[in-house]
Design a protein around this ligand. Sequence first.
Ligand SMILES: [Zn+2]
Ligand SMILES: [Zn+2]
Length: 344
Amino acid sequence: MKRAIRLMLEKILRTFGGNVGYRLVREISYSRDGRCLAIPWMDADSQLKEKTIDLNYQIENQSCPFCNDNREKNVLVDQVREVGGVNTRKVVYQCPGCDFIFTNEKRGTRGDYFRTTPYQDDVTGIRRDRELDLISIGMKIASLSENCNILIYGSGNTNTRQFLVNKGLSNVWASDVAENAIYDEYTINTGKQPDYFKKAGLRFDLIIAVEVWEHYAREDIKEAFRWLFEHISDRGLLLATTSLWYPQNSDPIFNASKESGIEQLKWWHYLHFLDHTSFYTEKNIKLIAGAHGFSAEFAYFSDERVHREDPFKRAICIAHDSNLLLGKKIRKEFSGRFLDLFYY
Ligand SMILES: [Zn+2]
Ligand SMILES: [Zn+2]
């Protein structure tokens, strides 16, 4: 009953209050729909600690992949909460130089980790459907035809490539680094052959990376992003989704105080998925893109469930700085827009 009333109030506020109403809604309640707040590790009782997965270990190398700051990282939160039936302890470190946050969990390098664990559909959405949505958006923005080069990055066990081929797209490639992902002639294990496409003289007009970046270990970030940027063709773009983090009230739409900084981390279930380890600010992404001659733009999901459950989830579009025409189209058709992207 309480929930029904709250939902109705939210609807009224949102309908008649616009963004101000929306912000009010977000200020009023962030412990919603059964989403509990995280419990500080020091307050957890022994029973909870016993059923919690704790993979954290001390940081040895302090270097930041974005700003190269070597100072000791701040511990932002040390907390436990449940997501998808699994309790995880997350110790979240923050770079004092650029606000990038990460966990330091035992899981080996990205290559080691994904060798045995391919990307799969997870509760944040069926990958293929979101990949298809991004592909149609990207093809439209960059005015690409059916013979453009597409790369599905982190293809795992999805059949997006085959689906597109059946639809008449002739140049669709896929890549993963897991040993037990599905591979074929056009699906390449880039863990084993990172230079495969380079050797073949292939760059892509469209690269799609759905929910991959949050899985990069801090040590792999520089190299992983470099690989992506090097594989974007001159006329091409990269479209990704991940959930960002907002250290201050810096978000133009959801800038409620409980949706940034430590308040965000208290109730943000995304943080507590196993293997989610890196969380970027918009600035982090812009910085690393900029260092390679690219610019990054951000868009929202139109699905209201995203606004309620993970309002920090973004679509991110990256393209060459030098492609002025494409940049103009991206700013017009993508930046700050609410896009119809599959959620779940
Ligand atoms: Zn930094
Ligand atoms: Zn993920």
